[in-house]
Design a protein around this ligand. Structure first.
Ligand code: SOE
Length: 386
């Protein structure tokens, strides 16, 4: 193997496995990379299904046991794209085997797990990346740039909402995302983890949390083998307990004194994947909505009063991060591009030895905020993030 190649072992081949596969394939076509990703092997429990996937996406080989994949000495990087409950053991084994790790969110079932995963990665000295893809949307990078340039002045408020509707139907089956033993929590982990990551990236650390959760449907039909988020079918009359919340609303105080609110729900009819935030400061304000992901709205409080108003900036120009690698000005990009940006940045970190963000340290910080939210919802109290 030449040093200019890093060989990937992917675990999981559903929604995220697909999103990551296209990223590994596209990254060297559009970006200058010090090392080229080689799609070495993909792992899944069903030999037939994983083989079909491997053939379609250009993976050289397949494994059906993730421990065997991690043990292989022709693999440099482990990509964990599985349900949350598997992350801990896979990450620890991969770190102990000296592999660099690219891991899907939410990071873990608990902050204790997360802490152990971070320690294993740091002890092994490997490069670790937690994939919160929305940080790598050019409009979000622009938001961060404007904040760094003090265009918002002192930040007073974060207002975030991540709303979906794929389980409004009570007959939608009990997929792994609706069971605490597999997912840890419901939209609070799945969706609020993204929003908390963005809020930490754009506003800062969160110190106290107050939250409420609700479960609107308590039992659901057992799922068919291939049922997952957004795509549910059931082959059973039998019902099982929903063991996670269906919606979680949380208010927070940031260390810098700003106040924030987070809404996460899978019961917001009409909202498919509505990931929105607004940030209000003393000099300006920002609005982002994933449904219009190529745009950032910016209010400049120092504009002459008569000309004030939110302006829509198209983050599709060569001056915007990542864009010059894609299309000519104005040609817009989509959801999948964020994953390509993430693997490009991760590979830069592997090649340079410098850390990439978000990483497992961010994963621990995010889990602590989310856990404080669950404690608050259970106790009816305001909780410190510890
Ligand atoms: C399901 O709610 C899901 O696929 C999340 O798990 C992803 O992180 C989000 O980007 C889209 O919705």
């Amino acid at each position: 193997m030449s040093k200019q190649e890093l060989r990937i072992g992917l675990i999981g081949y559903n929604f995220m496995g697909k999103a990551h596969s296209q990223a590994w394939r596209n990254a060297p076509l559009y970006f200058e990379m010090e090392a080229k990703p080689i799609l070495k092997a993909v792992c899944g429990r069903s030999k037939d299904r994983v083989s079909t996937f491997a053939q379609r996406w250009g993976w050289e080989d397949v494994e059906t046991d993730w421990r065997r994949l991690i043990e292989r000495n022709d693999i440099d990087v482990i990509d964990v794209s599985t349900p949350t409950y598997l992350h801990h053991d896979m990450v620890i084994a991969a770190a102990q085997a000296g592999k660099h790790i690219f891991c899907e969110k939410p990071f873990a079932l608990s902050s204790e797990e997360a802490q152990r995963m971070l320690e294993a990665a740091e002890t092994a000295g490997i490069t670790h990346c937690l994939n919160h893809n929305y940080r790598r949307c050019p409009a979000v990078r622009l938001a961060r740039k404007l904040i760094d340039e003090k265009k918002l002045g002192r930040i007073f408020h974060w207002r975030g909402a991540y709303l979906q509707s794929w389980i409004v139907d009570p007959n939608f089956p009990l997929t792994w995302q609706l069971q605490a033993k597999f997912a840890g929590a419901g939209p609070h982990y799945d969706l609020n983890s993204h929003s908390v990551d963005l809020a930490r990236y754009l506003v800062g650390e969160i110190s106290t949390v107050s939250a409420m959760t609700s479960r609107f449907v308590t039992q659901r039909p057992l799922p068919a083998a291939n049922a997952t988020a957004f795509q549910g079918n059931s082959e059973s009359e039998e019902l099982g307990e929903v063991t996670v919340e269906d919606a979680a609303f949380m208010t927070v105080q940031f260390e810098n004194g700003a106040l924030g609110s987070f809404e996460a729900s899978r019961f917001a009819l009409g909202r498919k994947n509505y990931n929105m935030f607004e940030i209000y400061g003393s000099e300006g304000a920002l609005r982002f909505n994933l449904e219009r992901m190529n745009e950032l709205e910016y209010f400049n409080g120092t504009d002459p009063e008569a000309a004030q108003g939110f302006r829509t900036i198209l983050a599709t120009e060569p001056c915007h991060e990542y864009i010059s690698n894609w299309w000519p000005p104005g040609h817009t990009i989509g959801y999948e591009h964020e994953f390509t940006h993430a693997v490009v940045d991760f590979f830069k970190a592997v090649s340079s030895g410098c850390p990439v963000e978000p990483n497992f340290r961010d994963g621990v910080a995010c889990m602590k905020v989310l856990e404080a939210g669950l404690r608050s919802a259970n106790n009816g109290s305001c909780e410190a993030v510890t």
